[in-house]
Design a protein around this ligand. Structure first.
Ligand code: GLA
Length: 353
């Protein structure tokens, strides 16, 4: 089932809609046409109370003030591009360097701040909506007019399937992600100490102190980045490893072992387990990398949903992606999209109750 309501208004008067996808198991996901934001994710519990497992805000103003991309679709290029510079087809481009001298998450006015056109694809068993956005040639410094489409489907298996498609009229970069902050104990829980994480990756991309990859694909063995078995997140966060210090926690890209170019169906990439409830989040994707971000820079402003003040390390993000700074690292899988090609990627977040 799908229901819609007005969530609020942008300063220019345009309405921000909230669309709820509800399945037969009592799971409900509320999505905004602003930034394609996943605002609430309610899961049923044995006591028949629902638990909201993502962080979010209660007003449009708070989303516009947010610097942490809570629940948003990110584009055109998720994560960082060094100094905002890259070369495509022998042309040099300069993006807006909006964070620490680098480009982050598509620039100041990224896809997370846009009002997307929405339409309902299916009301029935697997409620599904389509979001569309046209990003003009030169938007935030990126070449080519990009037509982007994202389909969100809540399945009977309690999975949110996110399908990304795009086309362009000129070679460009496209690296979309979803930036949900999960706390499987509930958004109000404060910390992620009861969470374990697993990522099926034998290598990761170490960075400098500004979170830009050195280019090395480093083995995870004997480091806090070895999450090939489920591991308590707090063990890694407490480590004195230089990379953990650089990121102020986990804020790194893992090179997923299951990735192959041109995958149409997602593979099992990562999961999290909340040990008290036994709730699990399973992440399947067709993308080559995943950024595990332990909300290291999350601050208490704006105040979160229901007056909850969020804190650093209060959530986990699994941002499926091309590796950071891939346009400047020829041996990383390429995020280039050419005229005439259709970009296609899928990421699924499945909740196991
Ligand atoms: C990503 C980045 C982090 C941070 C968050 C948003 O996860 O890697 O460094 O910028 O987005 O706050």
């Amino acid at each position: 089932m799908i229901s819609k309501q007005i969530f609020g208004h942008l300063p220019d008067g345009r309405a921000v809609e909230q669309i709820s996808l509800i399945n037969a198991n009592g799971m409900q996901i509320d999505i905004l046409n602003l930034g394609g934001i996943i605002r609430r994710w309610l899961v049923p519990t044995p006591s028949s109370e629902q638990v909201d497992i993502v962080l979010g805000f209660d007003t449009v103003e708070d989303y516009l003030a947010d610097q942490a991309y809570l629940g948003a679709l990110v584009g055109r290029y998720a994560n960082r591009i060094k100094h905002g510079k890259f070369t495509l087809k022998e042309t040099r481009y300069q993006l807006d360097a909006n964070q620490g001298g680098n480009s982050l998450h598509g620039g100041v006015d990224g896809f997370n701040r846009r009002l997307w056109q929405t339409s309902v694809i299916s009301q029935a068993l697997n409620p599904s909506i389509c979001l569309q956005l046209t990003s003009e040639d030169g938007d935030q410094g990126f070449p080519g007019q990009l037509k982007a489409e994202v389909i969100y489907t809540l399945t009977e298996e309690n999975s949110l399937r996110i399908e990304y498609r795009a086309s362009t009229d000129q070679a460009t970069l496209y690296n979309p992600t979803q930036h949900s902050y999960f706390n499987l104990a509930g958004h109000q829980s404060g910390d992620i100490d009861s969470h374990q994480a697993q990522i099926l990756a034998s290598h990761f991309t170490p960075t400098d102190s500004n979170a830009i990859p050195s280019g090395e694909l480093a083995p995870v063995a004997n480091t806090p980045f070895d999450l090939r078995e489920l591991t308590p997140v707090k063990v890694g966060l407490a480590s004195s490893h230089e990379q953990i210090k650089f990121g102020s926690g986990y804020d790194h890209n893992w090179c997923l072992d299951g990735y192959r170019a041109d995958l149409q169906q997602p593979f099992f990439a990562a999961m999290a387990l909340e040990t008290q409830s036994g709730r699990k989040l399973i992440v399947n994707t067709t993308m080559p990398g995943v950024q595990l971000y332990t909300a290291n820079f999350l601050g208490s402003e704006p105040i979160g949903k229901e007056g909850v003040s969020y804190q650093g390390n209060g959530a986990l993000c699994f941002e499926t992606q091309f590796y950071p700074d891939s346009p400047n690292q020829p041996h990383f899988p390429s995020a280039m999209l050419e005229k005439g090609q259709t970009f296609y990627a899928v990421t699924e977040y499945q909740i196991v109750l």
